[in-house]
Ligand binder design. Structure first.
Ligand code: ADP
Ligand code: MG
Length: 295
């Protein structure tokens, strides 16, 4: 058995709560179990790839939660220079001093899950250089400011990568970096499972969930509309409906797109009143009194 993880006094490194309704296919389930096993023997890194909102960040959270591991998440997508994860020089009482960030602490926390978000898009191509050696089997990096940093035992690195129209698969990731990861490819859940998640997480009824899933299928299957409806979007629509909203309200607020696209979306869903024809809507005063009267 693994010893209890020692969690540092840092509010940003903690064991996340388990999501009781996180679903995963049996193959991925089995793979993640093995990853946990391997990690107790040797360093292991996992790259999770899939479209926006398909559950990549959640799977990393859930891996940490299930295995009772502390988790620390870092946005790699916003890095603009090498070393930026580790710390920076700051002026303190008129003196420049090196200030350590969370990252060095996280990698030195035994059994920590280190989540590197959006590893495919650092702003600076060299921003990932210092990660190379950390991700290799010797798990060490040397820095002028901090000396040798050694990754603690049991640490697992998870990188997530957003696939988009312009970016599919892992081929654009630097081969030297890609080489160091097990790859887990994810996609949206099948309808029956997504419906279950929708009901469990938002509280919509069976028939409401079915209606939402039907609408979403129309959008997913119509590639001309060019909307990618993620599980996140489905849940947002569900919350709107669970709060008493109409499916139409859920859709016009949850699909982040422009008015013209919304117009064709509503048309394809046969929701009579076009989005652009707002002139036909009644205008109300948005006041507390009016809200009390409307319920
Ligand atoms: N397989 C799943 N089971 C349950 N909920 C899911 C699943 N996949 C995604 N979700 C939910 O959808 C939302 C978006 O997931 P997230 O992990 O943030 O996506 P990503 O990181 O791929 O953009 C979250 O609220 C998450 O709980
Ligand atoms: Mg994410």
């Amino acid at each position: 058995m693994k010893s209890k993880p020692s969690v540092p006094d840092n509010p940003n490194i903690y064991i996340p709560d388990e999501d009781p309704y996180y679903y995963i296919d049996s193959e991925a389930f089995g793979i993640l179990e093995k990853i946990e096993k391997i990690s107790q023997k040797k360093p292991v890194n996992v790259l999770v790839a899939g479209r926006q909102g398909c559950g990549k960040s959640s799977v990393v959270n859930q891996f940490a939660a299930v295995n009772r591991r502390p988790l620390a998440t870092f946005q790699v997508g916003i890095l603009s220079e090498p070393g930026q994860l580790f710390g920076e020089y700051a002026l303190e009482n008129g003196q420049t001093r090196y200030k350590k960030f969370l990252f060095p602490e996280a990698i030195q926390t035994p059994n920590c899950v280190i989540h590197l978000e959006e590893i495919n898009r650092p702003e600076h191509p060299k921003a990932l250089n210092m990660l190379f050696s950390l991700l290799s089997d010797d798990r060490k990096v040397w820095m002028d400011e901090l000396g040798t940093l050694k990754v603690a035992d049991g640490v697992v690195f998870f990188a997530t990568l957003n696939e988009g129209d312009e970016y599919i698969g892992t081929e654009l990731l630097d081969p030297a970096l890609r080489d160091r990861f097990y790859v887990l490819l994810m996609d949206y859940l099948p309808n029956e499972v997504e419906k279950e998640v929708l009901m469990k997480k938002t509280g919509v009824s069976d028939s409401q969930a079915a209606e939402i899933i039907d609408a979403i299928n129309v959008l997913r299957l119509n590639s001309e509309l060019g909307v990618a409806v993620s599980t996140r979007t489905t849940l947002m629509i569900g919350e709107m409906v669970a709060a008493g909203g109409t499916l139409r309200q859920g859709i016009i607020t949850s699909l982040q797109t422009n008015k013209e696209a919304l117009e064709s979306i509503l048309l394809s869903l046969q929701m009579e009143k076009g989005y652009l024809e707002k002139g036909e809507l009644e205008y109300l005063r948005f006041t507390k009194e009016a809200i009390l009267k409307s319920v």
